[in-house]
Ligand binder design. Structure first.
Ligand code: ADP
Ligand code: ZN
Length: 720
């Protein structure tokens, strides 16, 4: 007989210690999943330890040792490396071990075989001349289609909405299926390029690094991707494995394409948009040694490679590398941990490295590799437009004349335009001009945004929707005013100004469906549209030769956020968005509309001067006592009733107030979210281990007394 120690998953309690069971099956191994009885139910757990025992040992236990119901896996899912990693993650991020195991594995681990179907796409084309009289809009849609012959149906619908549907209903336009077209750029980019001198130097440095981690800091378009693809190839040739991480697959389809084109079928793709079966299949490819390289998002860092040679994090500054549920790990930390375990190397690549990373590179903890020049040797021309001067204080401003003229000019030349506005919806605020009332979400403390297409108000936090009230609930008048601008309004405005322009919008509202991102990007790359406008989604990773104008509509909007990172986020966004212009042979231009022209984040982006930004921002972080000078741990308590939250916060404060050497900020109330009250305590200090220790005490106390509030602990939060 064996005694088996099991980490269990329990929906309410977050237990971190193991429970002991009996087992008579010799096949039980450390690292497999088992089904066990627990109180009155049956739950799944991971075996952490197996020991031989006899009935006598069993009798020594003060309680009854129950028997394991079922062994689920024949082979361990968690190997020694992953056990050690979970251990470290649990301590570092203050999370139960079981949660760490869960996040390492694909949801589904039961084999069943299905083969990938050929992906089809729906396109539309004209099939007969209109016999009836068309409305003006329908006529416009008809002419657009006539000019271009055919287009993706999703693009057609997005551009022409109900008119498009009407044309199909009239039988003038028909839909048809065809095999999905790969992105245009695929064929251009499959062969390896001869590295330029800067790239060669970078490559040598990366190959011969003495440090575990290197930072490849290169401006957008400097050829970083080419460098790390060739580096990956070198590492693969030595028989070791490679992980290439990207922030979001949907936003970087070109990266996947380039890797696939380069390495053929031997690539696993792993990201959150795959369904459980697809994830399982990709995971198995790695486990069974069928592929040696994976491209994926955050969770791909846990792929079961056993001989890792290289981990690359592209756009390493991106906040999506931080997991937003327990365990709140940062992919960069996991990469470094695994690299050390495997004696592998980590390459962090970015045009706008996070302050933490650059500070480490500055100090020599990471190797710093710089690529300051663009491959085409040219930066886009940058133009700053001060909005107050350009449009006065008019609230209805959208685009300055400079930007309008530039758009007109590109449209004439058949070049493409990207417009960035970091706000979706039609207008962000609905206000009564008679009494000042602003319609808030009944479940969250945020203003409801107006969405004109659906004619509803939407909460961007919880998704709650409601129709626009006929009368103001406070004063009873019907004098609503729509304030601010969102992407829908921008689209409408641009369409009115340029009726001939074909516009695609990319934001959370147009990309809900699977493949929607990819379809929009493909359409744009295929020049089925002239203007791509949208939220920060469009700032990332796009490499379209024909884009020669990027307009940033509201460049400093993000500076007003209360987050200590607002400067960094603004700089990143502006620099990344500008990087989309003039990547090919044609000269590019960027027009940056702002109110605060003097802010260092704006000025640094204007001059593509990362170091200038870094120095200013570090000074601010130093004065204010924020990372990378201090560590932060955030403790958020939430519950439907305010009293409960206050009670548990008080208990936590009593524990924390006895501690020394750390600074406690708060407790502060946060916005209500989905009907939950929330309060945060922020720990701040120079000694991360000590802060973690304090947080552990609070956490332990919280679970032992079975507190009813939810406690979310975030070690080194990236957004506050
Ligand atoms: P980054 O990742 O730094 O933004 P990319 O690797 O995407 O830059 O390179 C920018 C552009 O330059 C791409 O279109 C790429 O194909 C091209 N490119 C990169 N390296 C070379 C090279 N050595 N020779 C010619 N073209 C290159
Ligand atoms: Zn809400």
């Amino acid at each position: 007989m064996r005694l088996v120690h099991v980490f269990v998953e329990h929906p309410i309690l977050h237990l971190d210690h193991t429970f002991t069971y009996r087992c008579y099956d010799a096949n039980v191994k450390r690292g497999v999943r088992v089904q066990v009885p627990f109180h009155k139910t049956s739950i799944i757990g991971f075996v952490s330890k197996v020991e031989e025992a006899d009935e006598q040992t069993l009798a020594k236990y003060p309680y009854e040792i129950k028997e394991i119901t079922k062994i689920i896996d024949a082979e361990p899912l968690i190997n020694e490396e992953l056990f050690a990693l979970a251990d470290w993650m649990g301590k570092t991020y203050i999370a139960p071990r079981i949660a760490c195991f869960q996040c390492m594995l694909p949801a589904k681990l039961k084999p069943s075989s299905t083969h990938g179907k050929i992906k089809m796409e729906t396109w539309v084309r004209i099939c007969k001349e209109p016999t009836q009289k068309l409305t003006e809009k329908q006529q416009a849609a008809y002419e657009q289609l006539e000019r271009h012959g055919c287009m993706r149906r999703s693009t057609f619908y997005q551009m022409f909405k109900s008119c498009g549907k009407k044309l199909i209903a009239y039988g003038i336009v028909e839909s048809y299926e065809q095999e999905a077209k790969a992105s245009l750029l695929e064929s251009e980019q499959d062969e390896e390029k001869t590295l330029q001198p800067d790239q060669k130097k970078a490559m040598q440095k990366l190959l011969h690094a003495t440090q575990v981690v290197s930072l490849l800091h290169g401006v957008t378009g400097s050829g970083k991707t080419e460098v790390f693809l060739q580096l990956a190839k070198k590492v693969l040739e030595t028989g070791r494995q490679v992980v290439l991480l990207v922030p979001e697959i949907a936003l970087t389809p070109q990266m996947v394409q380039r890797v696939k084109a380069r390495f053929g079928k031997a690539v696993a793709i792993y990201h959150s948009a795959l369904n459980a079966q697809e994830k399982y299949e990709q995971y198995q490819l790695v486990k069974e040694h069928k592929v040696q390289i994976v491209v994926g998002t955050r969770s791909a860092i846990f792929m079961p490679f056993d001989h890792l040679g290289l981990i690359i994090l592209d756009e390493e500054h991106d906040t999506s590398y931080k997991q937003d549920a327990t365990p709140r790990y940062h992919c960069r930390d996991i990469a470094v941990w695994r690299a050390k375990y495997h004696h592998a190397k980590v390459v962090l690549a970015s045009a706008t490295p996070s302050l933490e990373t650059y500070a480490r590179a500055h100090k020599g903890i990471y190797q710093l590799v710089e690529m300051p020049k663009r491959i085409n040797a040219r930066f886009p021309e940058m133009q700053l437009v001060e909005m107050r001067k350009a449009v006065g204080n008019s609230e209805s401003y959208l685009l300055s004349n400079d930007l309008l003229d530039a758009i007109y000019e590109r449209l004439q030349k058949k070049e493409q335009i990207v417009l960035l506005l970091n706000r979706r919806g039609y207008t962000p605020i609905l206000r009564c001009i008679s009494c000042g009332f602003v319609q808030m979400c009944p479940h969250c403390d945020v203003a409801m945004s107006y969405h004109k297409e659906e004619q509803v108000l939407k909460c961007h936090t919880c998704g709650h929707t409601m129709s626009v009230p006929a009368y103001c609930p406070t004063c009873g008048k019907a004098s609503w005013r729509y304030l601010g601008i969102g992407t829908q309004k921008l689209e409408e405005f641009v369409q009115i100004k340029f009726p001939q322009a074909r516009i695609l919008r990319m934001d959370a509202d147009t990309t809900g469906k699977k493949h929607a991102h990819e379809d929009i990007l493909k359409s744009f790359g295929n020049h089925e549209a002239d203007i791509l406008l949208g939220t920060q989604m469009i700032a990332k990773g796009l490499d379209f030769d024909n884009v020669t104008l990027v307009g940033i509509v509201n460049g400093d909007a993000m500076l007003n956020r209360s987050d200590y990172r607002s400067g960094e986020l603004t700089y990143d966004l502006l620099e990344q968005a500008s990087g989309r212009s003039g990547r090919g042979d044609k000269a590019g231009k960027v027009i940056l509309q702002v109110y605060d022209t003097q802010h260092y984040a704006i000025q640094s982006a204007l001059h593509h001067d990362y170091l200038m930004f870094f120095k200013h921002e570090m000074r601010y972080r130093h004065l204010a006592g924020y990372p990378p000078y201090r560590y932060l741990v955030s403790l958020v308590f939430s519950h439907k009733t305010k009293k409960m939250v206050e009670k548990d916060v008080k208990a936590a404060m009593q524990i924390l107030e006895k501690k020394e050497n750390g600074k406690i900020l708060g407790p502060a109330s946060l916005n209500k979210l989905r009907d939950e009250y929330r309060m945060r305590i922020l720990l701040k200090g120079k000694d991360q281990a000590l802060l973690n220790h304090y947080a552990w005490d609070v956490y332990q106390n919280h679970i032992t007394k079975k507190a009813r509030t939810r406690l979310d602990i975030d070690v080194s939060p990236v957004v506050l």
